[in-house]
Design a protein around this ligand. Sequence first.
Ligand SMILES: NC(=O)c1ccc[n+]([C@@H]2O[C@H](COP(=O)([O-])OP(=O)(O)OC[C@H]3O[C@@H](n4cnc5c(N)ncnc54)[C@H](O)[C@@H]3O)[C@@H](O)[C@H]2O)c1
Ligand SMILES: N[C@@H](CCC=O)C(=O)O
Length: 542
Amino acid sequence: MNNGYFTLKKPLNERPMNYRVGCPERDAVMEELERQAAMTIDIPCIIGGKEVRTGNTKACVEPHRHANVLANFHLAGKEELEMAIEAALEAKKTWKNMPWEHRASIFLKAAELLTGPYRTKMAAATMLCQSKNPYEAEIDVVCELADFLRFNAYFLQEIYCTQPESSANVWNRVEYRPLEGFVAAVSPFNFTSIGGNLPTAPAMCGNVVLWKPSSTAVLSNYYFMQILMEAGMPAGVINFVPCNGSDFGKYVVSHRCMAGFHFTGSTEVFQGIWKQVGENITSYKSYPRLVGETGGKDFIFAHKSADLEALICGLVRGAFAYQGQKCSAASRAYIPESLWPAVRERLHEELKDKKPDDVRNPKAFLNAVIDKKSFDHIKEYLDYVKHDPDSEIIEGGNCDDSVGYFVDPTVILAKHDKTRTMVEEIFGPVLTIYVYPDDKLEEIMRSCDKSTGYALTGAIYANDRLAIMEMEKALTNAAGNFYINDKPTGAVVGQQPFGGGRGSGTNDKAGSAVNLYRWVSQRVIKESFVPDKVVLYPHMEE
Ligand SMILES: NC(=O)c1ccc[n+]([C@@H]2O[C@H](COP(=O)([O-])OP(=O)(O)OC[C@H]3O[C@@H](n4cnc5c(N)ncnc54)[C@H](O)[C@@H]3O)[C@@H](O)[C@H]2O)c1
Ligand SMILES: N[C@@H](CCC=O)C(=O)O
């Protein structure tokens, strides 16, 4: 029984701690790193609120020290995935009827647990498991994840309040029902916040979820699942099922009750899922809502009027923060000839001492790439470029996986604007630069727009206002998140809703009402207070 109308205030973004020398959070996280690194925990699946162990395990290691096993996690198979679907559908019966303020309270409490008592634990787990420096971990698992939880609760309230007009004698209402069935959430390795957001956004709307975390982010994702349970999330609302992608495809995606698929990861995997859903389309109860944020080939485009230092900062942080493993990372840049000598020199100064290292070294700007598969993939590009007559490595180019999966920050100079590394997503610390004649701005912008199938993020650097105007227009469809005199990474929930178009995704803007609308199905209810009783139209009456 709901005896009141409850409102939430618009939240503020969680402020990151800075981990400067001497700050208590710095010492605390370093201590917590050692504590977690010394353990090897056992991670079960969590199905219907119960721990389920299959005995079919995989290891979770530190990417920068891959000999150290942080956890062994149990993989769900056919039986467990079917159990999870049943548990979810059972939980749905009470969850969908829980008043929204109670549902929201669970996620708001989780945000407080995350930013309060579990802040250090979550930051350390993300640092170790996904190889992030303290600042990158803080803005990910603490700030962005708490922002997702708090802002989504606020946006959901706004959605529920959005009601149609009613004329005299009529009351029109819109009910925002959860989808019929369950939602499948499949998350990537690179952001614990995305791992947390993919299942919680639909769950907050009254849906039940099967959450498949990435196998290289299971540790931090599992700790977040524990926070959700401590916050009071009822059993079966979110089921934590690490498993092989192919099993998830076979037993979950093709299930008749899959009502939605919330994905972040590569374009290739999302397109495979979309195909599978298409082939299966006649067997679903409803058309599954497909929401996917995927790959990118994000650009920085400098105009001759650009501020040199701002541009250098954008290039270095945009391309190399978190080893270039942000879907938003700058991986191609267009620099005018007139600026190139100065850019070349400053880039060298910035990069000459930036070597990737263990997360225990707080001075390391970069850490390791996520795993052997990713290391080999990046190395294959570096080997290719070394023999490509149209490319020249001007910074970095080396890598070493003997202790950790380390790749030096690498800058490639391309002789033309469509070399392989100018157009393909690499997902590592590799930036390719094409130097264009100043008077070919329009032509090169057309190429920037058309040369890849992606449209996720992009940044322009210019001080000339007319140039800014023209560049913004010419690149209208080249990015879903477009930055002027700022790096193309680092979107903040509530400030820059995130997502791209073309091959980069469905652009349903994570951390916004647009995304939440995908997880509700509207029922419009019209009630006539004094109903019509006359069949004939007025003009037909005598
Ligand atoms: N646009 C965005 O918001 C965004 C954010 C983060 C990452 N990304 C993209 O993600 C990619 C890197 O992340 P990743 O390596 O984790 O991506 P990935 O596509 O390899 O994996 C993503 C998830 O899909 C699962 N998966 C793999 N094959 C599957 C299958 N056949 N069926 C079902 N699930 C399957 C993985 O296990 C993982 O959980 C990059 O392309 C990056 O651009 C995009
Ligand atoms: N939202 C993040 C990117 C997420 C993808 O990896 C950013 O804006 O940098």
